[in-house]
Design a protein around this ligand. Structure first.
Ligand SMILES: Cc1cc2nc3c(=O)[nH]c(=O)nc-3n(C[C@H](O)[C@H](O)[C@H](O)COP(=O)(O)OP(=O)(O)OC[C@H]3O[C@@H](n4cnc5c(N)ncnc54)[C@H](O)[C@@H]3O)c2cc1C
Length: 433
């Protein structure tokens, strides 16, 4: 979603995006499977959406959909420059006349679910236009209306897939970095940041090597970095609130599942209860909603002939609540049973399953196994989110748990903000990162 930060990155580097990446617009974006049997194809094409809503839900809902998109589009245009693409120094930065007027104009802090309900009435459309906050690991029931911009990025601007898969983005950035003379070390963890006299001197690697540096930029999860990589400070003991976690199943399937598109969303029969279980009771959902992906629909070489690569993502609580790790097989059985009913999956055709559990996410350095980093609630967003500047001279953060937040477009903006901050603070003193 949101190609703009990627395009900006290439513009800033005076390179052509199309020389490195071929983004394909998926249309439909994804298929939604509701528990009552309805299948709905969501699309950034207004004509398609008007037809889907008019024929499958109700023509009376069409005007509400159109005004929702129009209002969200205006909100996105205002919110991104004013609140997202912005380095904060203190809470006062949020109190500017411009920010306050936008807060009132768009009613940004109202409840997302309640606001969407003012535009569309069918519960299935309300789910469709709010569930995107789950990409941030945030419940749409408690999210503020401002997160409706995610709905617009998806339903208004569309969902893109880089030819060759998501990893092509990493390959492209790696290639560009190397062309600019960056040396990338892999396969060795950074054990700690060397701080002397309150300022960065370099990093100590797990293999015993030390790399001297004037500026250290940490891309690790912020709570983990404070707890494990930096000297103890009061920030390290803060009680962070985290996003949810996820069970991921990568399934090798022999046969075809023609009813599934590249992306699919499967809503539980009682979505509200599902959200309460994940975010309030913090228990493994009894009837989980989940997402499925078959990249083979766009990249036929992603699976052997006659087979499909079925990826399943189930949102579950992070490890501050009930740990879904030991329940992975039970959850998988529920998912497969639903796919059997919904799209005719055959259990006998499942050749292998690889799992990623909350314990695995935690093992990868994500605090409490929160797959989507720090929660994006009000007091962990904008000026309240951990700053990209650590309380040591020359130490900075970039990525999902600092400003502005989680997701590939946001972490690219995070890099823009970091570049701006380092240039201002270190300027010509900056010799090496
Ligand atoms: C299941 C799942 C699905 C998602 N789907 C999407 C999607 O469809 N679209 C989207 O935009 N976003 C998606 N996201 C979110 C997106 O992946 C993240 O927001 C993004 O990758 C975060 O980037 P980052 O650079 O902050 O961290 P990461 O991508 O996690 O990179 C941090 C890197 O630092 C390394 N590291 C950490 N500690 C150390 C250390 N001590 N020493 C050396 N290296 C270290 C890690 O190994 C890792 O490679 C998804 C996330 C998950 C979990």
């Amino acid at each position: 979603m949101m190609l703009d930060p990627l395009e900006k990155l290439f513009r800033d580097l005076q390179l052509r995006l199309e020389d490195y990446l071929q983004p394909v617009l998926l249309n439909p974006s994804y298929r939604v499977f509701y528990a009552d049997g309805l299948r709905f194809d969501s699309s950034p094409c207004i004509a398609n959406m008007v037809r889907e809503i008019g024929t499958k839900i109700s023509p009376h809902e069409v005007p509400g959909y159109l005004s929702l998109m129009a209002d969200l589009s205006r909100m996105l245009d205002d919110v991104v420059p004013a609140f997202v693409r912005r380095n904060y120094r203190s809470v006062l930065d949020l109190m500017t006349p411009r920010s306050l007027s936008l807060l009132v104009k768009h009613r940004l802090l109202k409840n997302l679910s309640k606001q969407v309900a003012e535009y569309v009435h069918d519960p299935r459309l309300r789910m469709l236009f709010t569930f995107q906050t789950m990409y941030l690991g945030l419940s749409p029931l408690s999210a503020p209306w401002v997160y409706g911009i995610l709905t617009y990025m998806e339903s208004g601007e569309g969902v893109w897939f880089p030819r060759g898969g998501m990893y092509q983005i990493i390959r492209a950035l790696e290639k560009i970095a190397q062309q600019q003379g960056v040396h990338i070390h892999t396969g060795t963890a950074v054990q700690r940041v060397i701080i002397e006299g309150g300022r960065a001197r370099g990093v100590q690697m797990a293999n015993g090597e030390t790399v001297p540096a004037d500026v250290v930029v940490l891309n690790a999860d912020v709570p983990t970095a404070y707890a494990r990589l930096l000297p103890d400070t009061p920030v390290a003991r803060r009680r962070w609130r985290n996003s949810c976690s996820a069970l991921v199943f990568c399934i090798g399937y022999e046969g075809r599942l023609p009813d599934l598109l590249h992306h699919n969303v499967h809503f539980s029969a009682d979505f509200e209860r599902n959200l309460q279980e994940i975010f309030v009771q913090k228990v493994v959902p009894s009837d989980p909603s989940f997402y499925t992906c078959l990249s083979v629909r766009t990249e036929p070489d992603d699976a052997p002939d006659g087979c499909e690569n079925l990826y399943v993502l189930v949102p579950v609580p992070n490890r501050s609540g009930q740990d879904a790790t030991p329940m992975a097989d039970t959850v998988l059985a529920k998912v497969l049973a639903r796919l059997e009913r919904e799209v005719g999956l055959s259990w006998q055709s499942v050749r292998f399953v690889e799992q990623i559990t909350p314990a695995d996410w935690e093992g990868m350095g994500l605090w409490q196994g929160a797959a989507f980093g720090l929660s994006h609630d009000f007091f962990q967003s904008t000026c309240f989110r951990p700053s990209n500047r650590a309380p040591f001279e020359g130490v900075y953060f970039v990525g999902a748990s600092t400003v502005p937040g989680n997701g590939i477009p946001m972490v690219l903006i995070s890099a823009e903000l970091l570049q701006e901050r380092i240039t201002q603070e270190v300027g010509s003193k900056w010799t090496k990162v």
